[in-house]
Every structure is written in structure tokens, then in C-alpha cells.
Write a protein that binds this ligand. Structure first.
Ligand code: DX5
Ligand code: ZN
Length: 215
């Protein structure tokens, strides 16, 4: 049974409070919040004031995924906005180890996200410092894209690396997750499943979250 993290990128922003309350009442474990700067990814989503507002109504862990250049500039700000897990991209971080320590010094869990083209082996020397690795199973920037099948092998390889290091690092999968690929992802070693459009485009959102949670 994995942790389920609905991505609010696919929520109805005119009814954000309603959608947050739906997640509160559902079997979901975390809120997944996608921050995009229009530079690291070719899209702009939402930022600090929106997360602050979500934090006022959300009763579950806020899992903030920063798709921004030089994320180390904003670590304290996202802590103040309510982030519990803060994930930076490997590809956007020149001094990744320093950023991870800074996130943990603020009392948050430290995550690292990898783009589909980035090999998991690049995390070998820092895996013990990472609370969560977010494997992107689509190219970051947009919801509703097709799941990249190669991800299963990356999950298995990463799981092996984590076990070998004796680390507690969680593996999160982000992009194109649904009830078809979730069983195979969990079998490969995934701990956290992010789902955006699969949840929010469903007629029965609570039921869809429950179905993912039951896998
Ligand atoms: C993509 C984001 C994802 C996105 C997932 O850049 O990081 O979190 O919201 O959306 P779906 O589940 O629709 O692929
Ligand atoms: Zn994300």
C-alpha cells in the first residue's frame, strides 16, 4: 500500500478550497503541490501565496515539488508557507548536498526529483541524505501526459541503491500515474504515488483516490 498524493495542479483553481477539503476527506495521504517558474520548465503554475492559502485548509502533509531554477533561494520561504516535504530538482541544483542540508535544517523532509533522462546512479553519493526521491515519469511542466514505461526499471534500480545504502529514502512517482500502472510501480518499489489528472478529471474523485490507495 503506497502513500497517495493528489496533485493540485489538476484541481479547479476557482474551487481550490472545495478540492482541498475533498482531499482532506479522502484516503489520500499527502497534498502534492507543483511550483513552476517558466524557466526550469516551460510552464508557470502557482507559488508561495497559494501554498500559504492551501496550508490554512489542508489537514495533511504538504509535499512541495519545486520545478524552479536555483531552488535554494526559496527554502525558508516554502517552510514559512507550510511545506512539510520540499523537493528540488537534481538538474536545477549545482550544490545539491548543501540544499538538502538547508531543507533539513528548516525541519522539512528533503526530496530530490529526477527528470526522465537523468540516471538514478547520479544520486549514489548523496542517497543517505535524501528523505525522498521523486522519479519523474513524464517530462515536468504539465499534467495529463503519458507515463514513460522506462520508469519501472528506474524504480527497481533506485530501490536497490537505497537498500544497499541501508537508507529509509522513499521513492515517489510523478506523472501519468493511474490504476493501470500503479500495481507495477508498487511491486517495483514505489512508496508514494502522485496523481493529478487521474484524480481530478474523474467523476468520483474520492472513489478514485480510494482505488489507488487500495492497490
Ligand atoms: C508535472 C507535475 C506533476 C503533475 C502530474 O510536471 O510535476 O505533479 O501534476 O500530473 P498527472 O498525474 O496528470 O500526470
Ligand atoms: Zn509534481
Amino acid at each position: 500500500m503506497a502513500l497517495i498524493a493528489p496533485s493540485l495542479l489538476a484541481a479547479d483553481f476557482l474551487n481550490l478550497e472545495r478540492d482541498c477539503k475533498m482531499v482532506n476527506e479522502s484516503a489520500a495521504d499527502w497534498f502534492h503541490l507543483d511550483v513552476m517558474d517558466g524557466l526550469f520548465v516551460p510552464n508557470i503554475s502557482f507559488g508561495l501565496p497559494v501554498i500559504e492559502a492551501i496550508n490554512r485548509v489542508a489537514t495533511k502533509t504538504l509535499d512541495v515539488h519545486l520545478m524552479i531554477e536555483k531552488p535554494e533561494r526559496y527554502i525558508q520561504d516554502f517552510k514559512a508557507a507550510g511545506a512539510d516535504v520540499l523537493t528540488v530538482h537534481y538538474e536545477a541544483s549545482t550544490h545539491l548536498h548543501r540544499s538538502l542540508q538547508a531543507i533539513k535544517a528548516e525541519g522539512m523532509q528533503a526530496g530530490v526529483a529526477l527528470n526522465p533522462h537523468t540516471p538514478v546512479s547520479l544520486l549514489k553519493d548523496v542517497i543517505q541524505d535524501i528523505d525522498l526521491v521523486c522519479l519523474m515519469s513524464v517530462n515536468p511542466g504539465f499534467g495529463g501526459q503519458k507515463f514513460i514505461e522506462r520508469t519501472y526499471d528506474k524504480v527497481r534500480e533506485l530501490k536497490g541503491m537505497i537498500n544497499e545504502a541501508g537508507s529509509n529514502t522513499l521513492i515517489e512517482i510523478d506523472g501519468g500515474v493511474n490504476t493501470d500502472n500503479a500495481p507495477k510501480l508498487i511491486a517495483a518499489g514505489a512508496d508514494v504515488l502522485v496523481a493529478g489528472s487521474f484524480v481530478f478529471r474523474a467523476e468520483n474523485q474520492i472513489g478514485t483516490i480510494a482505488a489507488l490507495k487500495a492497490i
